[in-house]
Every structure is written in C-alpha cells, then in structure tokens.
Design a protein around this ligand. Structure first.
Ligand code: PLP
Length: 370
C-alpha cells in the first residue's frame, strides 16, 4: 500500500485543476502583455483568476499579485518593507517557516534590520503579552507571524495580532500558506498589510502563489518591470494561475465537507496513536490547531529511531518537520522551541484524498516496529 501523509509539504494536484490547466494549455498561449487577441485571451485568464481568488478571501483584485510561490512573496515583502517603508525592526518568532528565519538572519547579519523574537508558550502559541510589549517598544516595525504553523498546525489569533499591530503603528505580514483554502479567510476583516499563499499546498501546481498587499501600502518590487501592476516582473505563468484559481474555487466550494472529512481523519489518528504508550502530541494538537496537521513525538526507544525512513520503506510518506529540513538529520527548529525537544517527532499531514484505511495501515506499521 502507498500512503501519502505529507500534505503540508505539498499536495497532489486535484483532477479539476489538471483539467483546467490542460484546457488553458491547449487553448491559450498568447503573451498576456501582447495587445492582440491572443494576448488579450491570456490576460483574461489572469484577471478572472485574480477576481475569483480575491472574492473567496474577501480582498480586492487589485490587492493580489501573482508570484512564483511563497518564498518569492515573503522575500519581496521583507525586502520591500526595509527599502520602501523604512522598517528597521522586524518582530517575528522562532517557529516561523525557515525561509523567514534564514532571510532575517542574513538581513540582520548585513545590518539591514534588527530582529526581535516574540516568545511562544509550551503549546507553541505566540505570547501575546510579549508581542504587545515588543510592538509598543518598536512603532514602525514589521511583524511577521504566520497564520498556521506548518510543522505543528497551531492556529494564531491573527485578528488580535493585526489589531495590536495597528494600535502600535506596526505593519503586519502573515504567512497564510497552510491556511488558505483550508480555513475561511476574510482579509477585509483581518486587515493585515501583507499576506502570502502558495498553490501547491492546496492541490494546485508548484511554482505559483501570490502576495496580498493591502490597498494603500506601497512597496518597491523585487523583480522590476510592468507585469502584475508593476509589482512583479516576468511573463505570467498563466497555466499555474488558472490552476491556482480552480484550486481555490473547489477548496471553498466543498469547504464544510472537507473540514469535516479531514478533521475526522485527524481525530481517528489521534485516537489510535493514544493507544501507543508514551506518545505525545506536539503543539496544540487537540485544541487550536489545523485539521490537516498532526505532529507526534515518540518515546526515545531504538524501535522509534529513523522513523521517516522506516515508514518510507513501508510505503508511507511523512516528514520530520518542514519539507525543507526533512532528509537532513537535525532537530526541527520548531520542536526545539517546545518542551521535550529530544524525542523523535513526526509530522503527519492529511488531505481530502486520504482514507481511514490508510491510517489503519500506518498505525499497524508503527505498532509493529521493533
Ligand atoms: C508556512 C509556509 N511558508 C512558506 C512555505 C514555502 O512555500 P513555497 O514552496 O511556495 O515556496 C511553506 C512550504 O513549505 C510553508 O509551509
């Protein structure tokens, strides 16, 4: 049996997304910047996608800028905040995605910004009191705190964080890579200055994503040129954009069913894992955490060593942390911030394509480790 439980790393393409992309590949090949009919047809694909996505997340189409994915979006925003908004302090946490941690390390090393780390508690939630102190002391700073943590699934109170940022004249950027398409998103209400999304986490292809920049906030582009309202140069990836739009459409069309079905899988796995002695769930697994992610620590026993590899041999894909660090034998930077970091930890992450039978198989394999 082959079981894919690494959906926080990337997801399989949805059949509807493949169909939509094939249709566009076959029928639309103009350069969206060309003024003739072929170009206009390609431009329509992009603008329709922008409208569809904006409507689903309660944004204005002019606030959505397509990029090659989340890393480009985050880098553009971080660099833009420093170069255009005179941001000199960035407030983040040690459990952000490694792209944020590494980029900010480099920016600090080069003297571009000072980085302040907000504390997290034993469950991996942001310490809001500490965030209040940091934002009060650093008016004009950029706060970078993700919506859903990609390793442990914790959901952050982004409405509260956004309000706190406004009250203390800070900018707010939230990484919504794990939450877009999986939680109801109302950007008008949350009102962050920046948000980011990546297609391949919600059954769209790799190499497409977008940044949301709130109306009125202006940053210089990283890639300079005319496309994407002068905010991101380069001939647009129209196939990816069409696929991304379709993925958003189907995610929200079947939203309640998906939440219910996938939450059921996570709860089922929790119940079965709890029967194994000395298992611990990392983060707020049974509380405020996303229904697609479950991070588990196993006892420090020889049979639980090399877990990812043993599961791989049995045909099961999981990860030790984020995909960026799996395969490399080091402790996840997120788990290190939690109590008991020394135990072998595994992230199981689910999608609508998983089944209870797959979970039964996975548990059977774990139970038979020796
Ligand atoms: C929370 C989060 N942010 C950013 C990224 C990077 O996304 P992309 O692969 O689109 O560059 C990921 C993917 O692992 C992620 O989970």
């Amino acid at each position: 049996m082959k079981v894919y439980l690494d959906n926080a790393a990337t997801t399989p393409l949805a059949p509807e997304v493949i169909d939509e992309m094939i249709f566009v590949m076959k029928n639309v090949y103009g350069n969206p910047s060309s003024i003739h009919n072929w170009g206009r047809e390609a431009k329509v694909v992009i603008e329709n996608a922008r409208k569809t996505i904006a409507t689903l997340i309660q944004a204005s189409p002019s606030e959505i800028y397509f990029t090659s994915g989340a890393v480009e979006a985050i880098t553009t925003i971080l660099w833009g905040a420093i170069s255009s908004l005179q941001v000199r302090t960035i407030i983040t946490s040690k459990i952000e995605h490694s792209i944020v941690i590494h980029t900010l390390d480099k920016f600090q090393e080069r003297g571009f910004v000072k980085v302040e780390y907000c504390k997290t508690d034993g469950l991996g939630h942001i310490d809001l009191q500490h965030l209040q102190t940091l934002t009060e002391a650093n008016n004009g700073a950029l706060v970078v705190l993700m919506h859903v943590n990609n390793e442990i699934g914790n959901i952050s109170p982004i409405n509260e964080i956004s309000l706190m940022c406004k009250q203390n004249q800070c900018y707010y950027c939230t990484d919504m890579v794990q939450s877009m398409g999986k939680l109801a998103i109302n950007l008008k209400e949350i009102s962050p200055d920046f948000a980011i999304s990546s297609g391949h986490k919600l059954h769209a292809p790799k190499g497409i994503g977008f940044m949301y920049i709130r109306k009125g906030v202006k940053i210089q582009p990283l890639l300079i040129g005319g496309q994407e309202m002068n905010q991101r140069a380069g001939t647009e990836n129209i196939y990816g954009i069409a696929g991304l739009s379709k993925a958003f459409e189907i995610a929200y069309m079947n939203y309640e069913y998906n939440v219910d079905y996938i939450s059921g899988l996570k709860q089922y796995m929790i119940q079965l894992l709890e029967k194994i002695p000395n298992i611990e769930f990392n983060g707020d697994a049974k509380g405020n955490s996303l229904y697609t992610i479950l991070n588990v620590s196993f006892p420090n026993e020889t049979k639980y060593e090399m877990l990812v590899y043993k599961l791989d041999i049995a045909g099961i894909a999981v990860s030790e942390g984020s995909a960026c660090s799996s395969g490399v034998n080091h402790l996840s930077h997120v788990i290190q911030e939690l109590p008991n970091p020394g135990r072998p930890a595994i992230r199981f992450s689910f999608s609508k394509f998983n089944t209870k039978e797959e979970i039964d198989y996975c548990i059977e394999i774990i139970r038979n480790f020796n």
